[in-house]
Design a protein around this ligand. Structure first.
Ligand SMILES: [Zn+2]
Ligand SMILES: [Zn+2]
Length: 387
């Protein structure tokens, strides 16, 4: 087993990351990215590399020693439909698509860990390197699971990282229990009778009704759910078929709700139906609610989180590891893996001057790469110790 030169690894990873950044691919279209990942894993000498899991997913397997336990490490590969406003020299070559969430960095950090562990070993058992498609859709993890991931590539625990703008580079943060929320989407369609803007009494226009629905939806979180439960109900679009001098007879209200327990999600839906249908009735029109669940809550396992914090303490500076971080009301489909095995999802700093996630100016901070790679290797060595 040869010790890798860290300086060379950092330079190599920076090259991979910038190449991936320049060639972003939308969810389930990560063909170039997946081919690159698989080629690299094969070049590192992994025991097995399988492509096409759940569409464009890739799983690499590395075995050392005789241990029968397996640890999975997961990265996401997809980009977003955002037009990049880059001020660096590796901008997106794919118009309208960009790595605005740093999945180029996540993929690179996991590739770095595969190279490091394949070269240096230092563990006894099996490592599964999982590169998933379509995280932003909330569909990629499920697609891999539905494609037999657990049966074909079994593992006992799983760990994942996401970069965090605002958190200094070289810092690590997680928490046991709920860490990221469920995401539900909703659509409320109001139907009445459109007509002349000057003669509203002859129709049943829906815009005033729609405004009342939007306002009344604000009482779900403030008056109908327990203050002890964290939740968000956001209306994000209101579209009608009206024009300047014609009242609309049709309106669509779209939005997004976040919560941390299935019971809360169910109650948000129930209250939304009461409010939409009741409010529409008082305005002499009808409401139809479509409510869908896109992401489940991400709940970290207590023991796996303690292990992650302990492993992080061996590779991050003292004072740079926070095992009691805050709950975030964004969502992550890493949560789907935790329906099958215990695990922990954690954040690593992308720097205090980083643009926010999903911002057209966002770029993964290459200085963070080695920290993520070293954490991945550390958690494997800790959970699969050589005895
Ligand atoms: Zn994202
Ligand atoms: Zn992301």
């Amino acid at each position: 087993m040869a010790a890798l030169d860290q300086k060379n690894l950092v330079a190599e990873m920076t090259g991979w990351r910038r190449d991936l950044h320049a060639h972003p691919e939308f969810g389930f279209e990560e063909k170039r990215t997946a081919a690159f990942v698989a080629a690299q894993l094969r070049a590192f000498g992994l025991d097995e590399v399988v492509e096409g899991i759940g569409g464009t997913g890739v799983v690499g397997t590395l075995r050392r020693g005789s241990g029968n336990r397996a640890i999975a490490l997961r990265a996401d590969m997809d980009a977003l439909r955002i037009t990049e406003q880059a001020s660096h020299d590796h901008p997106s070559q794919n118009p309208g698509v960009m790595h605005a969430c740093g999945h180029d960095g996540h993929t690179t950090m996991l590739l770095g860990a595969a190279k490091l562990l394949a070269s240096e070993g230092g563990f006894d058992g099996t490592v599964r390197f999982i590169f998933q498609p379509a995280e932003e859709w909330g569909k990629g993890a499920l697609a891999m699971l539905d494609d037999g991931l657990m049966a074909r590539f079994p593992f006992d625990e799983i760990y994942g990282l996401h970069n965090m703008p605002g958190l200094p580079v070289g810092h690590f943060e997680t928490r046991p229990g709920p860490i990221m929320s469920a995401e539900d989407n909703f659509e409320i369609v109001l139907r009445g009778l459109g007509g002349h803007a000057a003669r509203p009494h002859l129709g049943r226009e829906v815009l005033v009704a729609a405004c009342a629905v939007v306002t009344n939806l604000q009482t779900i979180v403030s008056r109908r759910l327990s203050p002890a439960d964290i939740s968000v109900v956001s209306v994000t679009e209101l579209i009608t078929d009206g024009t300047r001098n014609a009242l609309p007879g049709f309106a669509r209200i779209l939005g997004d709700a976040r919560s941390f327990r299935p019971e809360v999600s169910a109650e948000i839906e129930r209250q939304m139906r009461i409010i939409a249908e009741g409010t529409a009735l008082t305005h002499n029109c009808t409401a139809e609610v479509t409510y869908t669940r896109e992401f489940v809550p991400l709940v970290n396992d207590t023991e796996a989180t303690a292990a992650a914090v302990e492993a992080a303490a061996t590779v991050f500076a003292s004072g740079a590891v926070n095992g009691k971080g805050e709950i975030v009301t964004a969502s992550e489909d890493f949560a789907r893996f935790l329906d099958h095995v215990p695990g922990c999802f954690a954040y690593i700093g992308n720097g205090e001057t980083s643009a926010p996630l999903h911002n057209p100016s966002f770029d993964f901070n290459d200085d963070a790469l080695i920290h993520g790679t070293r954490f991945h290797a550390a958690i494997v060595r800790q959970r699969l110790p050589v005895t």
